[in-house]
Each structure stands twice: as C-alpha cells, then as structure tokens.
Design a protein around this ligand. Structure first.
Ligand SMILES: Nc1ncnc2c1ncn2[C@@H]1O[C@H](COP(=O)(O)OP(=O)(O)O)[C@@H](O)[C@H]1O
Ligand SMILES: [Mg+2]
Length: 325
C-alpha cells in the first residue's frame, strides 16, 4: 500500500477583492466582493515508502498549499488524502508523531533562544526521552556540520545554519514522512550542498519518505528520481525526471567543431536550427529532435568537422519552457 495516497484533492480559497480607489473601498464596506482562488485542483498521486519525490511548479502553483493540507494545517475543500493511514486534517496524535513539515520561508525555532534550548522545547512537545534526544541532536548536528552552533542564539545564526537547525528540529522525533518546502531557499551554495547531501543520506539510510519542493533544479536533479509537476493547481506531469526531457523537449543541442586555422564554413547554419553559440572554431545549434540525424549528415558533408557532439537541452531550460507556456 502506498504511504501517501492523494485523490482529487482540491482547495479553494475565498479572498476579498479590493476595489480600486476610495469609492471602491466604500462600496466594499457594503458589498463585499469575493474571489475564489482554486489553489489545488483535483490533485491525485501516490507515493511509496522510501521515495524521495520532487514537487515542482511555478510560483503560486499550489505546492505549499498541498503540503500544508498533507500536514493537517489546512482543510481541503474536496478530495481525500491518507498518509501512513491517517487523514492528515483529522490531526491524530499518532500522525503528528510520524511526520514533519519544514517551511523554508518560515521560522519555526524560537528566535531568542540558543538553538539547543529551542530544540529541547521541541523535544518536550513530542515527549522525546532525554537520551534519545541527546543522541539524535548529536548525530544530526554532526551530519549537518552545526554542532558548534548549538549554543548560539537562533537570531544570530546565519541563514544556512538556521535552516540546518530547523531540519534538526523537524527530525528530532524521527518522522517517517517529511514534507520539505524550499528547504534550501536563499542558502549559500555550500550550505545548499550540505543540506542536499544530508537529505540524500537521510532518505536512503532511514527509508524516510520525502516530498520536496525546491526552486533549485540542482536539488531536484541530484535528489529526485521522480518528480510531480503542478501548474495552476493541477498535475501536469508525474514520472521520472529524465522522461520530462523525452516528452517536453523537442530539441537537441548539436555542437560542431572544426580545425583551428580553417576559415569559417560558408554554410547558412540558421537553416538547420537555432543558433546557440558560435566562435571561429565551433558552432552550437538547437536542432529539432527528429531532424538531428539528417542535419548531422548534411553538415558533415559541408563542414571540415573535427568533432561532433549531440546533447539534450538542459532540464532547467525544458522546465522553464513548460512553465512559460
Ligand atoms: N491563505 C490563502 N488565502 C488565499 N489565497 C491563498 C492562500 N494561500 C495560498 N493562496 C493562493 O493559492 C495559490 C497557490 O499558492 P501556493 O500553494 O503558496 O503556491 P506555491 O507554493 O506553488 O507557490 C496562489 O494563487 C496563492 O495566492
Ligand atoms: Mg510555496
């Protein structure tokens, strides 16, 4: 049985629509105008135990809302969900003890306390026995390289250090399911890498199931075999990351290199594809997938090629194009 099972999940927010100007504000006093935003629109998917799934989508796509529903912070307007057999918004204690939600843009630790005390408070909330607490904190802070920061006030930690402490706090009770919403946002490259490595290890060693959103494709590429793309509240794609390229990238990148000293070939390269890059010795073209072989054949005849290279369009660009539709 899947560990996370979501079916037709829907969330509509009703928001008050402001009318422009003073007259509008005045009218608004008497006739409130509401607008409905469907943040999550009949979303269905399931996740098996131990999977690390990337949840992608442009801003406002409904990712955070979905994670909040699965964490029981929001009630859905429709549909169903079960995580570890629990209905999240019923907020069973048994569920609370087995999952964690980390919101990268929000602070969950006490700002005015040293990290260690903040963690202790968290451990009391979950009723974690002292020895287990000590062991977990030692392990996690070691892995995340923040062991020497435990006595620093949270407000004085760097963003990266704070996020790592947030992770420690989220994992104190050893949850089986983790919802991570932008856990690396705004972090410096080194911290991003540490957090990423940590998540990879944590997922594989502890068999923890993770649903992760990130704006950084590096996170997704290095961590997630499977991604779910959501756009305007709807699922647009659910499958292997590599499949996105097969399905949504109509092009390949063809690079031709010729001898140094040879004159620039008298070829109208623009006929074969979109020019990406060119120098005195090479040219890079974006060529339609189904024409790559034909174009290669023709160009090999016309250009004194010393090297040829065919590559996929970077996934980052493919995703950007999907979102820009
Ligand atoms: N509390 C709320 N009240 C009204 N609208 C909201 C609320 N939370 C989110 N939304 C709207 O729902 C949509 C999805 O938001 P969100 O889930 O935060 O997207 P994402 O995390 O993918 O950027 C957006 O249009 C957002 O403005
Ligand atoms: Mg979000």
């Amino acid at each position: 049985m899947p560990l996370i099972e979501v079916q037709g999940l829907t969330k509509a927010f009703r928001t008050y629509k402001k009318e422009p100007g003073f007259g509008g504000a005045l009218r608004g006093l008497f006739h409130r105008r509401y607008e409905q935003t469907v943040a999550v629109d009949h979303v269905s998917f399931s996740v098996e135990e131990g999977e690390l799934v990337g949840f992608l989508g442009p801003n406002g796509a409904g990712k955070t809302t979905t994670l909040k529903i699965l964490s029981g912070l929001l009630f859905p307007s429709g549909g169903s969900a079960r995580v570890l057999g629990y209905v999240p918004w019923q907020r069973h204690d048994g569920y609370r003890r087995q999952f964690a939600l980390l919101l990268g843009q929000k602070n969950q630790l006490w700002w005015d306390l040293p990290a260690r005390e903040s963690l202790e408070l968290n451990s009391k909330i979950y009723g974690i026995p002292r020895p287990a607490f000590e062991r977990t904190v030692a392990d996690l802070t070691e892995l995340l390289a923040v062991r020497d920061k435990l006595d620093v006030m949270v407000r004085e930690l760097s963003l990266g250090e704070r996020m790592k402490m947030e992770l420690v706090a989220a994992l104190l009770h050893r949850p089986r399911v983790l919802f991570l919403d932008e856990p690396t946002i705004g972090l410096d490259v080194v911290s991003q890498k540490t957090v990423r490595e940590f998540l990879r290890q944590y997922n594989s060693r502890q068999k923890v199931t993770i649903l992760l959103t990130s704006h950084y494709m590096t996170d997704i590429q290095e961590l997630c075999k499977r991604v779910i793309i959501i756009d305007k509240g709807r699922i647009f794609f659910d499958g292997r990351l590599g499949e996105i390229i097969d399905r949504f990238s109509g092009f390949k990148i063809l690079t031709l290199t010729w001898q140094t000293g040879a004159s620039f070939p008298a070829v109208d390269f623009g006929r074969y594809g979109e020019l990406v890059e060119q120098s005195a010795q090479h040219i890079q073209l974006k060529v339609k997938r189904d024409q790559v072989i034909a174009v290669c054949k023709e160009l090999l005849d016309k250009v004194p090629v010393t090297d040829i290279d065919i590559q996929e369009v970077p996934i980052e660009e493919v995703i950007r194009r999907i979102f820009a539709r």
